[in-house]
Design a protein around this ligand. Sequence first.
Ligand code: AMP
Length: 138
Amino acid sequence: MTAYDPDNIFAKILRGEIPSTRVYEDDDTLAFMDIMPRADGHLLVIPKTPCRNVLDATPEQLAAVMGTVQRLGHAVLKAFDADGVTIQQFNEAAGGQEVFHLHFHVLPRQEGDRLRPPGKMGDMEEIARQAEKIRSAI
Ligand code: AMP
């Protein structure tokens, strides 16, 4: 498998080299809003240490990330009064991965809704408002 690239966009977010709308962090993980949200409240959870995806992650990285995914799953349920939560994760380009630092998508869902199509920039002011709701619900 290709080596981890320390200049991927999420590594730059971790180092504070590019902006992000952070909602939660602990010693091992960071959660921030997706800038092309497929649902209101769409966020990403990443480990603070390098790995491309599930295929090269250590059990410790996976455990830390999943703990934060669960915590944020509860937070988005509460913040958006959602009926469910979709958790998505892609491995390598053929598996749908575009950014090669392990990340899990957390998407609050309402009964009967449809995810918006990928690749469309969100309204950053609206995303900031949604992030504040999530922070308050943690
Ligand atoms: P994937 O690797 O297929 O899971 O897709 C990468 C995800 O990262 C997409 O949902 C993008 O909208 C999101 N994304 C890309 N760049 C940024 C960024 N700078 N800040 C937040 N989310 C991003």
